[in-house]
Ligand binder design. Structure first.
Ligand code: GLU
Length: 575
C-alpha cells in the first residue's frame, strides 16, 4: 500500500545526515533578515561630536513607577552630556512585557520634564527624534536578531530547549552539590549540539517544528576556576575607579523564548549602536558586568565607560542606614514631590548636594549662580550609598525658594494647585496680592525662609484668606484674662497709616497701661511686678488677626491684609 510520509518526518530523517555548521544553524533560525551586522554599523555610524563630548542615555522600563533613583541617575546622565556638549537620549526598555503599564512613557517623560530633565534625542510624546533609533527596545527585534544570528553563526551562541522543569532540576542538583547555579558548560546538552549527532538532529527538528527555545551565549569562561584562577578584566568605572571583573562563565539567555532580548543583550547591542559613551546605571547591575564584558568582547566592540551609581539610602526608624523602599517610603516616588508641591529647582538643588560632595561648598561660595554653572564630576560621587534626607531637602528648598521671585513663585503655585490641589483655587484670585503675601519678610536683612513646598505654603499663608482663616492657638495664659480689653484698646487706637515704629509704640502703651512690662527682660527680672510683658499682649493681637501665635511681622501682615480685613478680624475676635 502506498504510505504517505509526513513531510516533517521526511525532513528530519534527511537532516540527521547533514552535519550542520554554525552558519547553517543560524540561517535555519533566522532565515531572512534585512541587514547584515556591518550594515548597521554604517546606518548608525560613530557620532560626529567634539572631542570629549559624552553620549548618555536613560533607559527606564515603562512600569509606570518612576522614582527618585531614576531621577538621580537621570541627573548624572543629563549633567555629563550637557556639560560636555554631548547628547542625552531616552530609550524605553520594554523588553519585560509583563511590566508594561499604559501611558507609562508619557508619565516618564512628563515627570522628568517637570524636574528639568530634557532629552536631546530618543522617545518623545510625539514620536522619536534622532538618527540612532528606533529608541524603543520592543521595536528593535530585527536588530537584536541580526546580532544573535552573528553570534550563532560564529558558534558563540546556541539555541537551548531546556524546559523550566529541567532547569529547576539542574538548580536543585547544583544546590545539593554546592556548586555555582546556572546553565553553563556541562549543564545544557544543547551547548555542544554540534558534537553530538542525536542532539543535533533534535535541535534541527525542534526548530523546524516551531518548538520554543531560547538563545544562550556560549560563554568562554571557565566555570570551575577558583577565584584566584579566574582571569579578570579591568573595567574603569567613572564613579568607582578600576574594577577587577572576573570572567563570566554563564551561558546567559540573550534572546528569550518570545524572541525578545534580555536586558544584557539589548544593553550591549543598543549602547553600541546608539554610540553611548557613558552608561550610568544603578549598582544593582554590577554583578552582571562580567556578562556585559564578555558580550562586548564577543561582538568585537569597545566597552562604554560605566558609571554605577550608589543606592539611595535613608536613616531608618532604628537609626540605621537602609535602602529607600517603594513600600515604606512614599518619598521614593517622584509623584510624592509633585503632589506635595516641591519646586523642581529645590529638588534639583538637593539632588546635586547628594550627587556631588563638593556641591554645598560651591553653593556657599556662589549663592546666586545657576546650578548649571557647577562643574559636576563622577569622581565626587559616593560609591557607598547616597544618603537621602527629607529634612535636608526641606532646608535646601527654603533657600532655593528665597531666590525665586514672588510673582514667579505665585504663578508656579497656581499651576501646582490647578493640577494637584484645586481646593486652594481661592488663593489665586488676586495674583499680586498673593505675591505680596509670599514676599513677606523675604527682603529683610536676615530674610525669612518660611516657604518650603506648596502644600506647606498654602497652610502657612492660609490665615490671609477668610476661606481658610481659623483660630488655631490659644491666648497666652499671662494675657488671656485681658484679651478682650487688649483687643478693644488696640482697635480703638488702630491707624492703618502708622509706620512700624508708631504701631509698636501703641502696643507698648497698651501693655504698660494694663500692667504689662514694656520689655520682656523687665518681666524676667521682676515677674512679681507685672502680669506679663509686651510680647504676651502682641500675641493676643497676633492670634486675633492670624489665628496663630507664630507668624511673620504683624505690622507687615496688616499692611498686606488691608485695613478693612484687620478691623473685621479684630471685631470678630471681640464677639
Ligand atoms: N531598564 C533598566 C532599568 O530600568 C535600565 C538600566 C540601564 O540603564 O542600563 O533598570
Amino acid at each position: 500500500m502506498y504510505v504517505r510520509i509526513h513531510e516533517a518526518d521526511y525532513t528530519i530523517k534527511k537532516e540527521i545526515k547533514i552535519i550542520m555548521n554554525y552558519k547553517e544553524l543560524s540561517e535555519l533560525i533566522y532565515p531572512s533578515l534585512e541587514h547584515a551586522p556591518e550594515e548597521y554599523e554604517a546606518i548608525y555610524p560613530p557620532r560626529d561630536l567634539p572631542e570629549g563630548a559624552m553620549v548618555t542615555r536613560l533607559g527606564p522600563s515603562p512600569t509606570g513607577f518612576i522614582h527618585l533613583g531614576n531621577l538621580y541617575g537621570a541627573f548624572v546622565d543629563e549633567r555629563l552630556a550637557h556639560q560636555s556638549g554631548g547628547t542625552f537620549f531616552l530609550r524605553i526598555e520594554d523588553t519585560d512585557d509583563k511590566r508594561y503599564v499604559e501611558n507609562a512613557v508619557e508619565t516618564i517623560i512628563g515627570s522628568l520634564d517637570f524636574f528639568g530633565i530634557r532629552f536631546d534625542e530618543g522617545v518623545t510624546g510625539t514620536g522619536d527624534i534622532g538618527n540612532y533609533g528606533d529608541y524603543t527596545q520592543s521595536h528593535r527585534g530585527e536588530i537584536y536578531r541580526t546580532y544573535a544570528k552573528k553570534l550563532l553563526s560564529e558558534g558563540r551562541a546556541y539555541p537551548c530547549f531546556l524546559t523550566e522543569e529541567e532547569i529547576s532540576a539542574i538548580r536543585e542538583k547544583q544546590e545539593s552539590e554546592k556548586i555555582a547555579p546556572g546553565i553553563y558548560a556541562g549543564w545544557s546538552k544543547y551547548r555542544d549540539w554540534d558534537k553530538n549527532e542525536a542532539v543535533e538532529a533534535e535541535v534541527v527538528s525542534k526548530i523546524k517544528a516551531g518548538e520554543p527555545f531560547v538563545i544562550r551565549l556560549k560563554s568562554n569562561g571557565a566555570p570551575n576556576a577558583s577565584a584566584e584562577e579566574t582571569s579578570r578584566h579591568t573595567v574603569n568605572d567613572a564613579i568607582r575607579g578600576e574594577l577587577s571583573v572576573p570572567d563570566n562563565f554563564l551561558d546567559v539567555v540573550i534572546i528569550k523564548q518570545t524572541g525578545i532580548p534580555t536586558y544584557h543583550f539589548a544593553h550591549v547591542v543598543d549602547d553600541h549602536l546608539m554610540r553611548t559613551t557613558h552608561v550610568v546605571r544603578g549598582e544593582e547591575w554590577l554583578p552582571s558586568l562580567p556578562i556585559h564584558v564578555e558580550l562586548f568582547e564577543d561582538l568585537g566592540w569597545d566597552l562604554p565607560v560605566y558609571c554605577h551609581t550608589a543606592q539611595l539610602m535613608k536613616i531608618g526608624e532604628d537609626g540605621n542606614k537602609r535602602k529607600l523602599s517603594k513600600r515604606k517610603d512614599p518619598e521614593l516616588s517622584l509623584d510624592f514631590y509633585r503632589n506635595e508641591g516641591y519646586h523642581p529647582a529645590a529638588v534639583r538643588e538637593y539632588l546635586l548636594t547628594i550627587l556631588n560632595s563638593n556641591y554645598e561648598e560651591w553653593r556657599i561660595e556662589n549663592p546666586d549662580a545657576p546650578a548649571e554653572d557647577f562643574r559636576f564630576t563622577t569622581e565626587k560621587m559616593s560609591s557607598s550609598g547616597a544618603l537621602f534626607d527629607l529634612d535636608k531637602l526641606n532646608d535646601v528648598s527654603k533657600n532655593t525658594l528665597l531666590h525665586i521671585d514672588a510673582h514667579e513663585l505665585a504663578a508656579w503655585l497656581k499651576s501646582w494647585s490647578d493640577e494637584f490641589a484645586p481646593e486652594y483655587g481661592y488663593m489665586f484670585a488676586d495674583m499680586d496680592h498673593l505675591a505680596d503675601i509670599l514676599d513677606l519678610g523675604r527682603h529683610d536683612a536676615r530674610p525669612r525662609a518660611d516657604l518650603v513646598y506648596a502644600k506647606q505654603i498654602m497652610d502657612f499663608i492660609s490665615y490671609f484668606f477668610d476661606e481658610s482663616f481659623e483660630i488655631k492657638d490659644e491666648y497666652p495664659a499671662e494675657a488671656a484674662a485681658d484679651a478682650e480689653d487688649i483687643l478693644r484698646a488696640y482697635l480703638d487706637s488702630y491707624d492703618h497709616s502708622d509706620d512700624n515704629g508708631q504701631w509698636f509704640d501703641k502696643i507698648r502703651e497698651i501693655a504698660v497701661s494694663m500692667g504689662y512690662a514694656a520689655k520682656p527682660k523687665d518681666f524676667k527680672k521682676h515677674p512679681e511686678d507685672y502680669k506679663g510683658h509686651v510680647g504676651h499682649v502682641s500675641t493676643v493681637i497676633r492670634i486675633a488677626l492670624m489665628g496663630r501665635a507664630q507668624s511673620p511681622d504683624v505690622w507687615a501682615i496688616q499692611q498686606i491684609m488691608g485695613e478693612e480685613k484687620v478691623r473685621a478680624r479684630l471685631q470678630a475676635a471681640l464677639q
